[in-house]
Design a protein around this ligand. Structure first.
Ligand SMILES: Nc1ncnc2c1ncn2[C@@H]1O[C@H](COP(=O)(O)OP(=O)(O)OP(=O)(O)O)[C@@H](O)[C@H]1O
Ligand SMILES: O=C(CO)[C@H](O)[C@H](O)COP(=O)(O)O
Length: 336
């Protein structure tokens, strides 16, 4: 950690396993600096170990396999500036290891299956994102990772996804109704029958009316816009790129949606799109493009997943800056 924080800002990153949380977290630590951010994986609050889950038939996605009372107490303590002794779930052994000491930090990220499930934990969050990967894309990513890197067969991957589905739908998916931003990753509409899921349609669903969070928009705030960027200014080979912006309703609340379908051939040219976006929370024109270029090797940098992860990171930075400057002003006013 750098210096003792005056105000701990708490961020939630929710999503199923294998949905790109690690990539998003890398973008966040790049933005804030590693020492400034502490990431807590909520798997550490599993109350049933692997053997007990197997015996009872309760999955890790089921709230009964997780200790939300402890999660709440510990997250609240960190937010109040107190250190905690956090349990550790060991994915190698499937058991709990002895706890580790975690000190408060400027930014604490709680990431995993359930950051938005428990009302008490949710109420502590200053900003939240849900990574919503459609089944088609999730299968493609899982196959790519688990077959190539972890030695699983196609049938293993499909069996694991199917076994998780009922509890995923019951307990994980509904959390997206509570998130400030939902990043939806869907198959492209540009190519009929594309099954490789290389080309993606990505939507950034931004909740309206959240204090201090100004949704980014394209061209004209509140309008509905379909935009095919100019082929001379943004090189994009077949099937091209399409963007959309407009208002919508999501889980009974009003949202502003940004969408990119397709992929960028030349990442440097994303500046052309950035110039047409407003309220990005960038500090200078070109910062969004610069952040994407900094890590062009991260998966999704050449499409809407990278672009919207960067934009969401900037919104988190804006929240951090707003809350910490408010805290400082309150202290000055109170002469502390
Ligand atoms: N934006 C993306 N575009 C293409 N593939 C991606 C993208 N994000 C993630 N992937 C693929 O999905 C895999 C899982 O991503 P990542 O490790 O970031 O997910 P995770 O949610 O942290 O998973 P876990 O919780 O299981 O560790 C990556 O190895 C990569 O193959
Ligand atoms: O969804 C998960 C979150 O990462 C894991 O499946 C869960 O944590 C259980 O882990 P393991 O399979 O290693 O016992």
């Amino acid at each position: 950690m750098t210096s003792k924080p005056d105000r701990v800002v708490l961020i939630g990153v929710a999503g199923d396993s294998g949905c790109g949380k690690s990539t998003f977290l890398r973008r966040l630590t790049d933005l804030f600096g590693e020492d400034f951010v502490t990431v807590i994986c909520l798997d550490d609050y599993h109350s049933l170990d692997r053997k007990q889950r197997k015996e009872t038939g309760i999955t890790a996605l089921d709230p009964r396999a997780n200790n939300f009372d402890l999660m709440y107490e510990q997250v609240k303590a960190l937010k109040n500036g107190q250190s905690i002794d956090k349990p550790i779930y060991n994915h190698e052994t499937g058991e709990l290891d002895p706890p580790e000491r975690i000190d408060p930090n400027h930014i604490i990220v709680i990431e995993g299956l359930h950051p938005l499930h428990d009302e008490r934990v949710r109420s502590l969050l200053d900003f939240s994102v849900y990574l919503d990967i459609s089944d088609e894309v999730k299968i493609a990513w899982k196959i790519q990772r688990d077959m190539a890197e972890r030695g699983h067969t196609y049938d293993d991957v499909m069996a694991a996804i199917n076994a998780r589905r009922p509890d995923f739908e019951a307990y994980i998916d509904p959390q997206k109704g509570h998130a400030d931003v939902v990043i939806q990753v869907l198959p492209t509409n540009l190519i009929k029958g594309e099954t490789e899921r290389k080309v993606l349609r990505v939507r950034m669903v931004q909740k309206d009316g959240v204090e201090g969070f100004e949704p980014a928009y394209l061209f004209d705030e509140g309008s509905t816009i379909d935009w095919t960027p100019c082929g001379r200014k943004l090189t994009c080979s077949y099937p091209g790129i399409k963007m959309f912006y407009g208002p919508d309703t999501y889980y009974d609340h009003s949202v502003s949606v940004l969408e990119v379908d397709g992929q960028f051939d030349e990442l440097e040219e994303v500046i052309y799109i950035e110039k047409h976006l407003s309220k990005t929370s960038a500090k200078y024109e070109g910062e969004v493009t610069h952040l994407l270029l900094q890590h062009r090797e991260y998966p999704g940098s050449n499409n809407g997943t990278g672009l919207f992860q960067v934009l969401t990171g900037l919104k988190m930075r804006a929240t951090y800056e707003r809350l910490t400057s408010k805290e400082a002003k309150t202290k000055v006013a109170a002469n502390v």
